[in-house]
Ligand binder design. Structure first.
Ligand code: PEP
Ligand code: MG
Length: 322
């Protein structure tokens, strides 16, 4: 199989109709950018910035953060690099922030909620990202968004940071794109409004499945619920991608489901533009995209969306797999 996949190295990512898709990588630190390039990534669809904070003893300075973001920007040259701002909380703990213990950390004070409540600290990261945008095609992404206010507040802070950089005479990309993760049912339900305020979406299925199905990804007893094949999840994905397409913004997916060979034709039918997967999944994903025409994918999606259970969905996708 490996040899067969090598035939896709250096090739464009196109569907069976020759439609171009963007195939990019998820990375967790600047050195992962090398692996992404070795595996033929066309950019970075999710750079989780947590590593900078988790591997430290105290908050990383603007210069330290800038150095890490700049490194990725330079390595990826003119390829797009989406960097997600700090997604603290839930399963991601950072001891020196001394966050209060919460009974339900997945529904608590985390990610963009924490950052917007600590604007001076958030502005350090946003400023570092803006500075790095002078060295490559960097885009800023907000995690765990549930309201329009969060997007507006983050964008207002970015404007403040731009103003400060102008005063300091420091270069940055004035047209830097700002997008959001869609990984909560709330974001899915207001996707039309969010699309009007964002430059792109990236669907985080890891969290979206959990929050939609009220099922923890690590709990074996509810793993039958934690499935992308659940009709509730599929309807949500269809809605998000449809609203993003309607608004004319790029819609990507950086959750694990983007690399699921069974799901790819369904995502293609819904209109997903960008697939962000782990480096070792890149060539396989390119191959599967190339095997499906839009017409075939649409026919399968129509049948799948009429099914009532995850078991039936998975069985139909398995039977149709190429
Ligand atoms: C997701 O939730 O799908 C995602 C990509 O973010 P993380 O896995 O970092 O929570
Ligand atoms: Mg997430």
């Amino acid at each position: 199989e490996k040899a067969a996949l090598e035939a896709y190295r250096g090739k464009e990512t196109v569907t069976g109709d020759g439609d171009k898709k963007l195939l990019v990588a998820n990375i967790g630190n600047p050195d992962d950018a090398n692996a992404a390039l070795e595996h033929d990534a066309e950019g970075v669809g999710l750079f989780r910035s947590e590593f900078l904070f988790m591997d430290a003893k105290e908050l990383p300075s603007e210069d330290e953060q800038f150095a890490a973001y700049q490194k990725v920007a330079l390595r990826m040259k003119d390829k797009p690099v989406i960097i997600r701002t700090l997604d603290v909380g839930g399963d991601k703990e950072i001891p020196y922030l001394h966050l209060q213990k919460e009974e339900n950390p997945f529904m608590g004070f985390r990610a963009v909620r924490y950052c917007l409540n600590n604007p001076d600290q958030y502005k350090v990261q946003l400023t570092a990202l803006l500075r790095a945008s002078a060295f490559g095609d960097i885009k800023i992404m907000l995690p765990l968004v549930t309201t329009i206010d969060e997007v507006r507040q983050a964008k207002a802070l970015i404007e403040e940071c731009k103003h400060d950089l102008d005063e300091r005479g420091v270069a940055y990309n004035k047209d830097i794109e700002v997008g959001t993760m869609i990984e909560t049912p709330a974001a899915s339900l207001i996707a039309d409004d969010l699309a009007a305020e964002c430059d792109f979406f990236s669907i985080g299925t890891n969290d979206l499945i959990g929050y939609t199905m009220c099922a923890d990804r690590g709990n074996d007893r509810v793993s039958y619920l934690y499935q992308v094949y659940q009709p509730a999840v599929l309807r949500s994905l269809k809605r998000i991608i449809g609203e993003g397409n309607k608004a004319g913004i790029m819609v990507g997916m950086c959750g694990e489901a983007a690399a699921d060979p069974l799901l790819i034709p369904i995502l293609m039918s819904f209109g997903l533009d960008e697939y962000s997967v782990s480096a070792p999944s890149i060539l396989r994903t390119r191959r599967i995209l190339s095997l499906w025409t839009k017409e075939e994918a649409d026919a399968l999606a129509e049948k799948v969306m009429a099914l009532k259970t995850a078991t039936e969905v998975k069985a139909m996708l398995q039977a149709a797999a190429k």
